[in-house]
Write a protein that binds this ligand. Structure first.
Ligand code: GCO
Length: 255
């Protein structure tokens, strides 16, 4: 009985920004748990390459190339997925980006780009998906926050603001959609070896700081986010709502 709570058999899961990195790792994990995963991103070639790998493992996978920062493209993309494949049961709001610069010099266009990718996209995609989930009286929304949903670090204020907003959107979604049996939660990654952190990983002093600041004393690996994603996408979390589940090696638990 207990393991079946984590099965995603028969579910359709849309994962935004899943052509690489955390999004792809989560998409692969959800597909291994039985979901039909729909890969999203702007780069069709990357999506097709990821689709080939997942399909080669005998799992159900489709692609939906649209720009999550374009409201009209999001509405059209979600409508097409539901028309072609069926109702979306699980939404993983993963698409995100990072820009680093001292606050007083941060370019205005950089602020808007980070907010569009990390926050406006969550509004656009979650609204397009949940307005279809409400009449069905079921759904899972899992947004990727960050340890920066709770903590600040110099040079990444736009990213931090966007991830704090993702946490609070999650709580608002729980408040409004819980009565429709839609659970909205978030995952807060700590420091993971991903594309957006390449420069940090290459910096010995920064890696030394990550290892000293994190009880696990190491960077996380993207596959270590999969368990939390399956949990929050499955029946195992039907009474979990509005929660930010940190997967951070313990960073936010300690000083
Ligand atoms: C940085 C990093 C962090 C991590 C991650 C933490 O510049 O400090 O990019 O923001 O990537 O987002 O959850």
């Amino acid at each position: 009985m207990s393991l079946s709570l984590f099965s995603l058999e028969g579910k359709i899961a849309l994962v935004t920004g899943s052509g690489q990195g955390i999004g792809l790792a989560i998409a692969e994990g959800l597909s291994e748990a039985g979901a039909h995963v729909v890969l999203n991103g702007r780069n069709r070639a990357k999506l097709e390459a990821a689709q080939t790998v997942i399909a080669a493992a005998g799992r159900k996978v489709s692609i939906a190339p649209f720009d999550v920062t374009d409201h009209a493209a999001v509405e059209a993309g979600v409508a097409t997925i539901e028309a072609d494949l069926g109702p979306i049961d699980i939404l993983i709001n993963n698409a995100g980006m990072q820009k680093r610069a001292p606050f007083t010099e941060f370019p205005v266009e950089g602020w808007h780009e980070v907010m569009a990718t990390n926050l406006h996209s969550v509004f656009y995609v979650t609204q397009a998906v949940t307005k279809r989930m409400v009449p069905r009286k079921r759904g899972k929304v899992v947004s990727i926050g960050s340890v920066m949903s709770e903590l600040g670090r110099a040079t990444i204020i736009p990213y931090t603001a966007s991830k704090g907003a993702v946490k609070m959107m999650t709580r608002g979604l729980a408040a409004e959609l819980g009565k429709h049996n839609i659970q909205a939660n978030a995952i807060g990654p700590g420091y993971f070896a991903t594309e957006i952190n390449k420069a940090l990983i290459a910096d010995e002093a920064f890696t030394a700081w990550v290892c000293s600041r994190t009880p696990a004393a190491r960077w996380g690996e993207t596959k270590e986010l999969v368990g939390a994603a399956i949990f929050l996408s499955s029946a195992a979390s039907d009474y979990v709502n509005g929660h930010l589940l940190m997967v951070d090696g313990g960073m936010t638990a300690v000083v």
